[in-house]
Design a binder for this molecule. Sequence first.
Ligand code: NAX
Ligand code: ADP
Ligand code: K
Length: 549
Amino acid sequence: MSDLLTAAQMRAIEQAAIESGDVTGLELMERAGQGVVEAIFEEWPELDEAGDVAGGQPPDPRGISGNRKRAVVLCGPGNNGGDGFVVARLLQGRGWEVEVFLYGDAEKLPPDAKVNYERWLQIGAVAEYTSKLHMHVLKGDFDLVVDALLGTGASRALDGVLGNTLTVLSASMSGKERKHKRVAIDNPTGTNSDTGVQLDFDHVEWTGFDADLTVTFHRSKVGHWLDFAADVCGKIIVKDIGLEAKPLTKAGKSSLAVPVDERVWLLDGPTRSLGKHVGHKYSHGHALILTGGSGKTGAARLAARGALRVGAGLVTLGVPPSAQQEVACQITALMLTRVGDATALDVILGDNRLNALCLGPGMGLERARDLAPVALAAKRATVLDADALSAFADDPEALFQMLHENCVLTPHGGEFAKLFPDVGAKLAAVPTKGPAYSKVDATREAAARAGCIVLYKGADTVIAAPDGRCSVNAAVYERAAPWLATAGSGDVLAGFITGLLARGFAPMAAAETGAWLHVESARAFGPGLIAEDLPEMLPQVLRALAPEG
Ligand SMILES: NC(=O)C1=CN([C@@H]2O[C@H](COP(=O)(O)OP(=O)(O)OC[C@H]3O[C@@H](n4cnc5c(N)ncnc54)[C@H](O)[C@@H]3O)[C@@H](O)[C@H]2O)[C@@H](O)CC1
Ligand SMILES: Nc1ncnc2c1ncn2[C@@H]1O[C@H](COP(=O)(O)OP(=O)(O)O)[C@@H](O)[C@H]1O
Ligand SMILES: [K+]
């Protein structure tokens, strides 16, 4: 998968291509419509009775004389609607019976959409999109419903006619017995293409258009991978509309988000340690993971197991005296050392071979507050998770002062909102106009403020660096791993990242790789997963990637 674009970036790319004279807006719209039709028939070959997908061929007489396929195309007031008119024309050209409904005023359509509206009028009718529309669709024996209502230009709350109709349509047409397929052009109406959140609409069960397939153009949009969108996009297909050759400007590039994929491991993983074949355990790094007191050591042990499995040469648990016996009974390959207080930690960190630290899982707020200053002053690569984040909820600035560039913060939503309350509030606000503030924006802003890597957890994990680099590790669509929502899985993630830091990964790469391996381990196990299983799946995941991993 390539870069993920915001609506503004996509618009800028299209605009640059049009201004360069390489292509017209009308040509792009035609290619977009063709792309949608291609995707429909690639996805559901059984719908294709007429043969040639590219259009232009006369329809197969069997399609007309036999049972004609039937489509409803819902067109909106902008260029997304324009794509819809192209799709309607191409389907009709292939022998389909097509009904088109327009939400909005035809006279106000933008120029390219207007042209395609008029082309469609030469071969078909346009009915008004009304609040009764869903009844028509529900009663009709349709094979396909196309959502061309709103695309990247969707920017404000939905009105009653639009929102209610879509909601009833989607709700009443869910379930296996539904005959027709549902396709959204660019994004399902009801979602924001920058944020993935639902557009504001005053309806209790508001869902928006619930698609089986979403066909987007040139590049996937950031919002396809965030928040609620993954629940309603169905599946994403990206269609080329001939914009490839135009790179983004430098300024545009620095604000790109990239998806995390297996390259994070393949580029670095197998060799990222000192000495690929002849190295010894110290050349693979030594991680120190601090535990909480007696009865609270499980989380840190999970993290430690993760760090060891991901390839740290040695992993030591730093335990308070009260927990020494408990931890000693539970570990074998892991080591332990007593870390009673900040002074003891200071002494231990005199050993320069300890090159990665992890604070937070099960640590306890007080112990985290006591030990964090010494740990951070040692300037080792350091993961701060869980209690090490919550401990500074009252004074995040005190934490930010101590952080350095080799730190990785791994908050979930609650911890994020405690450390960055203003950023969290911006993210939580329901957008009323575009461009909207997304989890990508929020994580970037947090990383810049903290001066280190921030990994903001969730099914749509976002990782950002202070310099604006940003990536999305989305466990959605074919990478869905809902089993990760289990106690302790975040502790294992902290351990994976710590282990990778010990191996010498740069903080951003460690966070990306850790997050990616975390989801892969969950997928390799599948349903029934508990946190303990995650480190145990790593050998299998790594073997499949690179034999020497
Ligand atoms: N610009 C181009 O050259 C191309 C654009 N394409 C299509 O054009 C789309 C973007 O077109 P637009 O920028 O015109 O945007 P849209 O068609 O997504 O929507 C813009 C229109 O919807 C209205 N609107 C926004 N939010 C609304 C709401 N909540 N309720 C009701 N109306 C609302 C706006 O006032 C405006 O009239 C893309 O998603 C894509 O489908 C493709 O044809 C490829 C080429
Ligand atoms: N539905 C989901 N799909 C994929 N990953 C998820 C999902 N829910 C949670 N996760 C992941 O599981 C981990 C949970 O971490 P966290 O909230 O800290 O839990 P804990 O404190 O119990 O370990 C995070 O890495 C998060 O990204
Ligand atoms: K749409």
